[in-house]
Every structure is written in structure tokens, then in C-alpha cells.
Design a protein around this ligand. Structure first.
Ligand SMILES: Cc1cc2nc3c(=O)[nH]c(=O)nc-3n(C[C@H](O)[C@H](O)[C@H](O)COP(=O)(O)O)c2cc1C
Length: 358
């Protein structure tokens, strides 16, 4: 399983009185509950019937993200917070129900780079034509339809309005959820990169975003590989970045403003900053060893400096007293030795917040 939780909406698409859809969703949720726990998936039920969206009544195109109506904003928030979807859909006249098409049409970016699996039901075709219809529509929204599917023939499967037990169907539903989780995790970098709060990074395809305690495991790995060189040149293992536990990292990530630079799901570099009296305290500037020499460190340092509170007077940082490469790098960025509080064996450096005169 992934180390990050996934939020998957189970969308019951039919909303007419006496619809079979809720019974299908009930069966599905029960059948995959254990697998969801193993995969770290939170299943969130959504009924399009209860959502009761009117036929699309927004003036602007959904790609504008300008929503005039409260019902649109509510639906937008629900979809935006999801990592993937399972549509529990009937077949109406060889196609998807209008409720599903309407719910899809309301939004745009909120759907992008998220997997969608289908559990269909119907008469002769078991709802498969509805799924084929939906697949060609969802790809326009950058939803990624799964190959795994569950198709239920009502005549074979339903008794007194409920689904008969069927181990093969349960297994197919578990397979669908597993595939959904794998695809949702694989697409995570694309979702993150597309988020409005992500910044384009300095190398093509890379992006930067604020790191949170959820990123602690990645940060711990990056630290361990980045500070080995420091340990060697300074002749000491007494460097916090080398022995902090994931729990320690989680704690400081909650306290510092930390930026991570990502490419294709890999953390390439990071830097953190926070206020210390009248100074902006910068630290943990790290670039993965194989990514050095591309200007990533300079870019991260500038990003950390730009995050300083506007009334801070100086940027301050420290590095190992024998870390010649680091000291030269910081000197090139305008940092000069300064008497700031530092650990033993380190050298303190500072730079005024306004650019140095040239
Ligand atoms: C308007 C409408 C159209 C339907 N068209 C199809 C169809 O094209 N193919 C099919 O297999 N079943 C079709 N059915 C039968 C549905 O599969 C069946 O009624 C199912 O229970 C509908 O799902 P629901 O009860 O959740 O609304 C249709 C049912 C309705 C109400």
C-alpha cells in the first residue's frame, strides 16, 4: 500500500424513486471494505439523487472555475477533495444516465488526473454500454477510466431488491479498488502539479509545493542522503538531519514553512524557513546528490528568501565550518559570516533582506 491515504468517492448515479442503485452501492461498499482498509482508502458515499444538482445552470464555462451557485461550489469542493471515483451506474437507453452526465459537466479541473472505475448494472448488457458511453466523455475531463470493471446483470444478481451474495463479484470489486488505488497513486504527481498552489520548478516538468507532515517519510530519506557529505567533510555524525526519525521530521514540518521541489513523484530538493526575532531563519537546503549542478539549490534558496515575512531584516542560515562548497555557494548568493546562534562546529551566515548593492 501507499503511505498516503486516498479518498475515493462511491458515486451512486441513479436518483429515481425505487432505484436499484443504492442497493448496488451498499453491496459494493461492504464487499471492498476490508480491501479499502489494506490499501489506505477512505470510501466516501455520494448519491447524485440526494445531491440534487439542477441541470447545468452556470453561466461561465466550468474551466473558468467561476461558480455563481452554491450547489456548484459544494459539488466542486466534494470532487476536488477526492483522489478517485467509482461510478455505480445503470444503463438508460444504451447510455449513461443524465444525472451522471450532468454531474460531470458541472466541473472541470476538479476531475483532472483522477481514476474512475465503473460498477454498472442493467438488463442484457449489464450496463456495459453505459460505461462505454461514459468513458469517452470522462477522458475529455482528464479523468482516467480504469480497465477493471464490474458489470452486473440484474436478472442474475438481484433478489428482493438486494444483490445476492457472489464471491466472484466480490473479488472483481476488490480488483477494481486495487487498480483504482494504484492508478490514483501513480497520478498523484500530475494532480499535485496541476494544483493552483503549486509553482512551476526550475527544470521542465518539476513543481514546488509546501511540504506538510504527510511528507515526513520522503523528507527523512532526502536528509539522510544529503547530509552524508557534510558528515564526512566535518568529521562528525552529530548532524540532526542524519539521525532525525520520521516522527521528528513530522514535528518540525508542522512548525516550519518548507518547500519541496518535485519531479515525477520524486522529491528532488527542499528548503525550510521561519521567523527568528527580526530575522528569517533558513535551513535544510538540500538537493538530491544526482541532481546537483542544475541550479536547483539557487532556485530553492531564492524561494525560501521570497517566503520571508516582509518586515524581516536579514536572512540567516548556518552550515558546517568545514563545508567549503556550501560556504562558497552562500557567499556567491550574498551571505557573509555573522554572529548568530549556531551549533558547535558550524558557521553562521547572514544577508540583508534587501538586495546587496552591486
Ligand atoms: C429510462 C430507462 C432506460 C433503460 N434503458 C436500459 C438499457 O438501455 N439497457 C438496459 O440494460 N437496461 C435499461 N433499463 C433498465 C435498467 O437497467 C433497470 O431499470 C435498472 O434498475 C435501472 O437502474 P436504477 O434502478 O438504479 O435507476 C432502463 C431503465 C430505465 C428507467
Amino acid at each position: 500500500m501507499s503511505t498516503n491515504k486516498l479518498r475515493v468517492l462511491v458515486v451512486t448515479c441513479s436518483g429515481r424513486p425505487g432505484a436499484l442503485g443504492p442497493a448496488v452501492s451498499r453491496w459494493l461498499t461492504g464487499a471492498v471494505a476490508a480491501r479499502a482498509g489494506e490499501l489506505g482508502v477512505d470510501l466516501v458515499p455520494v448519491s447524485l439523487g440526494e445531491l440534487d444538482l439542477p441541470f447545468l445552470d452556470e453561466e461561465e464555462h466550468p474551466s473558468s472555475g467561476v461558480y455563481r451557485h452554491e450547489h456548484t461550489r459544494r459539488w466542486s469542493a466534494v470532487v476536488d477533495a477526492a483522489d478517485g471515483f467509482i461510478a455505480v451506474t445503470p444503463e438508460y437507453n444504451y447510455g449513461m444516465p443524465a444525472t451522471l452526465k450532468n454531474a460531470l459537466d458541472y466541473l472541470s479541473a476538479e476531475w483532472a488526473w483522477k481514476p474512475i472505475g465503473f460498477v454498472s448494472y442493467g438488463n442484457t448488457s449489464a450496463g456495459t454500454r453505459s460505461v462505454q458511453h461514459a468513458k469517452q466523455v470522462v477522458t475529455t475531463l482528464r479523468l482516467v477510466p480504469l480497465g477493471a470493471t464490474v458489470a452486473i446483470r440484474i436478472g442474475d444478481a438481484v433478489e428482493d431488491g438486494e444483490l445476492r451474495p457472489d464471491a466472484a463479484r466480490d473479488a472483481a470489486a476488490g480488483g477494481l479498488l486495487s487498480e483504482l488505488a494504484r492508478v490514483a497513486n501513480a497520478l498523484r504527481p500530475m494532480r499535485e502539479r496541476a494544483r493552483p498552489e503549486s509553482l512551476p520548478g526550475p527544470v521542465p516538468g518539476s513543481y514546488a509545493r509546501a511540504l506538510t507532515p504527510e511528507d515526513a517519510a520522503e523528507v527523512a530519506v532526502l536528509q539522510r542522503c544529503c547530509w552524508v557529505e557534510e558528515a564526512l567533510v566535518n568529521g562528525t555524525l552529530d548532524i540532526p538531519a542524519l539521525h532525525e526519525s520520521v516522527e521528528d521530521v513530522r514535528t518540525w514540518l508542522a512548525e516550519w514553512r518548507t518547500t519541496g521541489l518535485w519531479l515525477d513523484g520524486r522529491l528532488l530538493g527542499m528548503v525550510r524557513g521561519r521567523r527568528a526575532a527580526d530575522d528569517w531563519d533558513i535551513g535544510r537546503l538540500a538537493v538530491a546528490p544526482d541532481q546537483r549542478g542544475k541550479g536547483l539549490g539557487r532556485w530553492l534558496l531564492r524561494t525560501a528568501e521570497a517566503a520571508a515575512d516582509p518586515d524581516c531584516e536579514r536572512h540567516i542560515l548556518f552550515t558546517g565550518a568545514k563545508s567549503r562548497k556550501n560556504i562558497d555557494f552562500y557567499a556567491g548568493q550574498g551571505y557573509r559570516p555573522a554572529p548568530i546562534p549556531i551549533p558547535e562546529g558550524a558557521v553562521g551566515l547572514a544577508k540583508p533582506r534587501t538586495p546587496l548593492p552591486v
